[in-house]
Ligand binder design. Structure first.
Ligand code: ATP
Length: 296
């Protein structure tokens, strides 16, 4: 099996070592997989990506992309890599088309015109407009097109769906699936759990600059953390709720209880009904809930 990205003890401290943005990261991304890099704001995702792109240099540690050192061979690496930055800065006074032509010059392969048209149609992007007249979402779409248009072997995408409306988000997910089917490898950072569950094969969970776990997405899904809001006043004793298998935490609210459950919900729901709870809401957890209950 070959790894397209390998990092060893990759570390970045800012402000004379006061900010430990990334600490001794050991990460391997396999050829052909979609790897999700999940973490809350400030976790170190962008720092990792900027290191991989050789936009900043590590405090210590090394990394390889395509088996090549990221600092010594960054020019060669970038010829077969598609990159979507978290913050997009494009020259404002040119059209989308001029921008595409400009970026086309940097890559190994010329962008296939048919594929480019396919990408533009997918996202309904008008490239005759000047970039300064693009909305935030349209700038994001243009940046996606720039990252994908050469059919790169590896895509590194920092929060790729930020600024996209739900329809275009879905379009983006289907694009990821189709490039994966064509053999591309993807590393994408996100703080959205459903996004990772939708497109990733494996996820790395990062917080405070440390990689806490790497999970296959199916194992991650099996944890199936849910937040259940019960509106029952205090008719059910707290201890009874705590005793239900699959319930990890119970807290009182003004109108009832908040329960954190994990695993299969069927038994939990049966037990709740047995205790007389006939009205409840089941919600997706936040990233913080997941960290709190699994990766403390
Ligand atoms: P977000 O989802 O908010 O973009 P992130 O996971 O990408 O977060 P990073 O941007 O990598 O996180 O930031 C990691 C930590 O490093 C944060 O505490 C951030 O404030 C800090 N940091 C990032 N860049 C610098 C810098 N140039 N100088 C000092 N501290 C920095």
């Amino acid at each position: 099996m070959s790894f397209l990205i390998q990092t060893q003890q990759l570390t970045k401290y800012y402000s004379n070592g006061k900010v430990k943005a990334l600490h001794e990261l050991d990460l391997e991304v396999k050829e052909g997989e979609v790897f999700g890099y999940i973490g809350p704001n400030g976790a170190g995702k962008t720092t990792t990506i900027r290191l991989l792109l050789d936009l900043i240099r590590p405090t210590k540690g090394t990394a390889k992309i395509f088996g090549l050192d990221i600092n010594q061979k960054s020019v060669i690496i970038k010829r077969d890599l598609g990159f979507l930055p978290g913050e997009i800065y494009l020259q404002e006074n040119i059209t989308g088309k001029q921008c595409i032509n400009y970026f086309a010059g940097f890559k190994k392969e010329k962008a296939d015109k048919k594929y480019l048209k396919h990408l533009l149609d997918r996202f309904g992007l008008d490239i005759d407009k000047k970039i300064k007249d693009y909305s935030k979402g349209n700038k994001q779409k243009l940046a996606i097109v720039l990252a994908f248009m050469h059919k790169p072997r590896l895509l590194i995408l920092d929060e790729p769906t930020s600024g996209l409306d739900p329809l275009n988000q879905q379009e983006f997910y289907s694009l990821i699936k189709s490039v994966k089917a064509d053999g591309a490898t993807v590393l994408l950072s996100t703080h959205l759990l459903f996004e990772a569950e939708k497109v990733c094969d494996r996820v790395g969970i990062i917080k405070d600059g440390k990689l806490l776990a790497i999970e296959k997405i199916d194992d991650f899904r099996e944890k199936n953390i849910r937040i259940i809001n019960l509106e029952v006043g205090e008719t059910i004793p707290l201890e009874s709720l705590k005793s239900i298998k699959g319930i990890r935490k119970v807290t009182r609210t003004t109108t009832g209880y908040n329960l954190v459950s994990s695993g299969k919900n069927g038994q939990v729901i049966k037990e709740l009904a047995r205790f007389g709870a006939d009205d409840f809401k089941i919600n997706e957890p936040s990233l913080e809930d997941i960290f709190l209950h699994f990766y403390k």
